[in-house]
Design a protein around this ligand. Structure first.
Ligand SMILES: NC(=O)c1ccc[n+]([C@@H]2O[C@H](COP(=O)([O-])OP(=O)(O)OC[C@H]3O[C@@H](n4cnc5c(N)ncnc54)[C@H](OP(=O)(O)O)[C@@H]3O)[C@@H](O)[C@H]2O)c1
Length: 255
């Protein structure tokens, strides 16, 4: 089997490339910028027009890095009947573009696996410059998120490519749901210095995040104060190891 890994320079894709190769799977990495390419077979291109990159592959790790499903039909044409492992979102449950992409994938092939992520631990990297100053000022410190380590997403993908997980939807989360305030504290512990949370008023957050992003993000974070993100057992069930904790992720990044 030969797998085209898209998003190969990204958080999850880089581990998918390495993990598949370690399993003896033939990999071709799709990158936009050759200077950032991993070693091994690489093709330069764009996910919106992957015909050339897809030539001769049997499967694709699909990162669709847009907040819209526009263009997905064309992008998936070269993968008709092939195995598609799509990095989706828990938000697909509620419709919107995530579910439109899933539906299109399922029309193109029966051999699909959806990895629905609640949130990646790497999202918290946006706080790091502030954390270095000892304080993170952001909205909804009590929003509880089940952030997942990018290596667990990759491990799920590797299982999806090397075993039969066709037509499976997995909820891919960390092992617990931690408040954002706790996440910041853990980052501080990993950095070896106290870092505290400072609650940011909503209007200031809208100005900082931009209206468009804030419109969807703020109500979502607000909802997580009383209704934390779910914690799923799909990572341990599929990979055979416990999901990596946020502490482990932070230690790897900052110690
Ligand atoms: N962050 C979350 O909490 C979250 C939650 C649910 C779902 N997801 C989904 O998870 C997926 C994987 O995320 P990730 O963290 O592994 O990726 P990532 O680190 O965000 O990187 C995105 C990747 O896509 C590549 N890319 C961007 N535009 C491209 C284009 N037009 N053609 C080809 N490649 C392009 C980037 O390449 P360059 O290096 O050239 O920029 C990079 O390799 C994303 O699709 C995201 O939507 C994320």
């Amino acid at each position: 089997m030969k797998v085209l890994v898209t998003g190969a320079t990204g958080n999850t894709g880089r581990h998918v490339v390495n993990g598949l190769r370690a399993h003896g799977v033939d990999v071709r990495a799709l990158v936009r910028d050759l200077a950032k390419a991993p070693s091994g077979e690489v093709v330069q291109g764009d996910i919106t027009d992957p015909a050339e990159a897809a030539d001769g592959v049997d499967a694709v790790y699909l990162v669709w890095p847009f907040y819209s499903s526009e263009g997905i039909d064309k992008a998936l044409k070269p993968f008709r009947g092939k195995k598609i492992v799509y990095v989706s979102s828990a938000a697909a449950e509620d419709g919107g573009f995530w579910s439109e992409v899933e539906e299109t994938v399922a029309k193109v092939t029966d051999d699909w696996t959806f990895l629905r992520i609640t949130g990646l631990a790497t999202n918290t990297l946006g706080w790091i410059e502030q954390a270095k100053t000892g304080k993170v000022r952001a909205p909804y410190g009590q929003a509880k998120r089940s952030l997942v380590h990018e290596k667990d997403v990759a491990d799920m993908a590797i299982k999806a490519f090397t075993e039969d997980h066709a037509k499976q939807i997995y909820l891919v989360t960390g092992p617990d749901a931690l408040s954002q305030e706790t996440q910041v504290k853990i980052i501080g512990q990993a950095m070896g210095k106290p870092v505290r949370w400072e609650e940011q008023p909503e209007q200031e957050a809208i100005t900082q995040l931009g209206e468009e992003f804030a419109k969807s993000a703020l109500p979502y974070w607000a909802s997580l104060v009383d209704n934390p993100e779910p914690v799923s057992l799909d990572v341990p069930k599929v990979t055979g190891h416990p999901a990596r904790s946020f502490e482990e992720w932070a230690r790897e990044r900052f110690s």
